[in-house]
Design a binder for this molecule. Sequence first.
Ligand code: ARG
Length: 286
Amino acid sequence: MPATVATTITTTTAITTTTTPKPVDYKNECGVRPLMQKYGRIVGGKGATFGAWPWQVLVRESTWLGLFTKNKCGGVLLSNRYVVTAAHCQPGFLANLVAVMGEFDLSGELESKRSITRNVRRVVVHRGYDAATFANDLALLELESPVQFDEHVVPICLPRDNEDFTGRVATVTGWGRLKYGGGVPSVLQEVQVPVIDNSVCQEMFLTAGHQKQILSSFLCAGYANGQKDSCEGDSGGPLMLERPDGRWTLVGTVSHGIKCAAPYLPGVYMRTTYYKPWLKSITGIK
Ligand code: ARG
């Protein structure tokens, strides 16, 4: 399709609604959203719609052989058998992780398509993970059996090797707290936050009176006046951007922050481009 036609479709709503959308090849393409019209909390965000973020994973922790299960973190589907999450989401003593794909509303089975649950066979925590500094706060979860991609279960794309997202407005999603110390939503939340340059981010933390070191493997996103951010429970979930071709790419994964959505304290994410070699070495994906 010529570039000019593609531009018209993405910017003109009228065309999108009157044209039969090009079928989305979710079985072979990463980063596509089959259930979104267009192909044509998270703090300060809004509820998503069912299937809007088909690579979002809910990471649950099960203890006492499944007698107790709690929602622990977010995660991101990278392939039919791998989910990336935060290293600090690893299971506690005598506990297992369970990954739920295609989930949306945690309050019951009200969705039009069912979620897919898989036990985690293996947790590969980054060997450089440091709980004190959150350095290398990344873990890969290998699923016990592969998942079948569906309209609401699609893996995200990885960025190109040296792709730079500074200044772009990215989206972060999750079932984490709606404000610092607050409650959790039942429906998946989404919020838009700009990607901040690391040196600017470092200055922001200093301005807020925190000595925290912003490593080159980190990526910050948020606003100087706060208001919008990820929060506790969103960890491991995706910070993502849409490519010009309409497919979505993983910019970072939620790691940590100080409070949530506070002034001069943006959210800190693990920078996907930095970890691409590590992700590839374990999952084998391109
Ligand atoms: N560590 C938190 C978690 O385990 C994520 C915190 C993100 N904080 C922030 N202010 N962006 O879910």
